[in-house]
Design a protein. Structure first.
Length: 277
């Protein structure tokens, strides 16, 4: 297996060695996407933390939908991220929150982003330096440019012809959520009719600091579901976080026609006009 794990777009990822060698690079903003309290205890040197919502959700929508442009622009400015900044995102849970930031940045037109493969767990396992010192942040200007093409709405999901094999709705929640055994506090439980299912955790290696599995391993997981590169694929979960992670995984493999249903089951399961299976 090659160093880049045979991904089609390996540059979406970076590794701990590269980051170690670039800690002093002033053109890079390292972002710890985990919980603020954990960040305050220890983090990668030079990394900034996220004191607010690390899901980047709009509080005015009860955190159902993505942060609005004004909110996100302010959040990026406070993290010292401009339109020209190379962002390296990491977390301590299989790149779940890092890939969420990657996707939200992509939605707002910023493509200079890398996810640290293995994140905090791999950094620690290799005995690399950590700190509790928060870096000085010079506020920047971030101008969002929205790409609605990677976001799906409930109405768009309802318009999908369930008999069209070229359009796939991909449920990446736990099996219990998919089967309706765990309602996550929603008014209704179950899944979107016709949705394919595979939990997001299958795409990371739990025995190796939760790094991403190789492209061939991921392809083998997707093959039984007939989730192929020629299909239009919309991922969803409970709140668009795990869905963004799997969007990232699919883009790593070169999938192009991808969307995240950002409202996900937090919206779908609490509306009365949405079908549930």
């Amino acid at each position: 297996m090659s160093k880049d794990q045979d991904y089609v777009i390996p540059e979406l990822l970076t590794d701990t060695e590269w980051l170690q060698n670039n800690l002093s690079n002033k053109d890079i903003r390292i972002v710890d996407c985990g919980y603020w309290e954990a960040y305050k205890r220890a983090h990668i040197p030079g990394a900034v933390g996220i004191p607010g919502d690390h899901y980047f959700k709009d509080p005015d929508t009860n955190r159902t939908f993505i942060s609005n442009p004004e909110q996100f622009s302010r959040e990026m400015s406070e993290l010292g991220i401009s339109n020209n900044t190379l962002v390296v995102a990491y977390d301590d849970f299989g790149s779940l929150w890092a890939s969420r930031l990657w996707w939200v940045l992509k939605y707002y037109g910023h493509h200079s982003v890398k996810v640290l493969n293995g994140g905090w767990k791999k950094w620690l396992s290799e005995g690399r330096q950590v700190t509790d010192v928060k870096p000085h942040i010079d506020k920047t200007k971030f101008d969002p440019v929205i790409d609605n093409g990677i976001l799906a709405t409930a109405e768009q999901i309802m318009d999908i012809d369930r008999n069209n094999p070229e359009k796939i709705v991909f449920d990446v929640r736990s099996e219990a959520e998919y089967k309706g055994e765990n309602d996550r506090g929603n008014k209704r439980a179950g899944h979107i009719p016709g949705a394919k299912h595979l939990e997001w955790l299958n795409f990371v290696d739990k025995e190796k600091s939760m790094i991403f599995k190789s492209a061939s391993e991921i392809a083998a997981l997707l093959a039984p579901l007939d989730i192929t590169k020629d299909k239009e694929i919309t991922t969803y979960c409970q709140g668009g976080i795990r869905a963004a992670h799997v969007f990232f995984v699919l883009e790593l493999l070169g999938y192009k026609n991808l969307h995240v249903y950002d409202g996900s089951f937090r919206e779908w399961g609490n509306r009365q006009d949405t079908p549930i299976q």
